[in-house]
Design a protein around this ligand. Sequence first.
Ligand code: PLP
Length: 393
Amino acid sequence: MLHTIPGFARIGEENAFAVLARATELQRQGRDIINLGIGQPDFPTPPHILEAAVKALRDGHHGYTPATGILALREAIAADYARRYRAEVSPEHVMVMPGGKVTMFTAILMFGEPGSDILYPDPGFPIYRSMIEYTGARPVPVPIREENGFAFSAEETLALITPETRLLILNSPANPTGGVTPKAEIDKLVAGLARFPDVAIMSDEIYAQMTYDGLVHQTLLAYPEIRDRLILLDGASKTYAMTGWRLGWSVWPQALYENARKLAVNCFSCTNAPTQFAGIAALEGPQDAVKGMVAEFDRRRRIVVDGLNRLPGISAVTPKGAFYAFPNVSRTGWPAKQLASTLLEEAGVATIGGPDFGVHGEGYLRLSYANSAENIIAALRRIGEFLAARKAA
Ligand code: PLP
């Protein structure tokens, strides 16, 4: 009998990958499937980024790099924050990671242990809770509510902090809701956090460059009073359509940086070298591909929200960021997960049930609009026909 640690009985996963596998299997069987389940841009990585990686390999950059990432990339990341946010970040505090996820894994491992509490958004990215559970810490969901436009509430968040709270996880713009928390609410939260100086903050800003309606992203880096306990999670996956390259990074406070570096040495040694060179090209090169992609997401966002609001029993608030809509489907009479799986099997439309993002996701579906406008329109038509033909099971 093999004895693994109890954490493995509690670790979860991302159902989006299971939905993708099922959608692919149905397609293999010849079914026509429209995939609105997937959380990655449907655009190619811009060619100049690709070329930089090829050149790096040709130039012989095929070996290990420093565990924290090559200096030129860390400098490019710091310069990008100076340019976009006027935030002062030292390259000495930047860690390059093989994907955005690795920062959350590292941060949660650092603070999670039995007897500690970690606060995380619900509905939210499922790996937050999964990793918290794995460490034995108590997962404390911060409800993210439709009536607040899926922004988090400073007051509700602060009220959940206890003497056991070690880490607070924030995410704006948010997956799965597309919610963006307004600056005034973030100001309020940061002011309130002064009462809890021992609580670390991990701000997941992986969708920072995907905001709409002229909204300017409010980074947590902008608050000097919390910089000594802020971990900023960021990366290239979404912004530069690079999900498969595995390139993320994070900004760490001085006090935690050595721990993060040691975990990197123990786990992955370094991020793929040509990928890091691609990252320099991404940050220092032209940004028009990013602007074009965001403009196209904006166009589709309107199509998806308009279309959803015309369907019987469905209502959708307009997402202000990322590339997801999170419609309320409770009035259809279907439990959300059952609706998602039946839509896939019977209508050929892949979506994700809200409960896959936490208990507060019941009654919602996540639709990614990282698919063509034509496919989105066809998917909405299929959902409408399905709902008209089928009453709740
Ligand atoms: N954070 C959020 C909120 C995400 O939605 C995702 C990916 O879907 C990640 C982090 C992880 O990104 P990566 O693919 O770079 O690991």
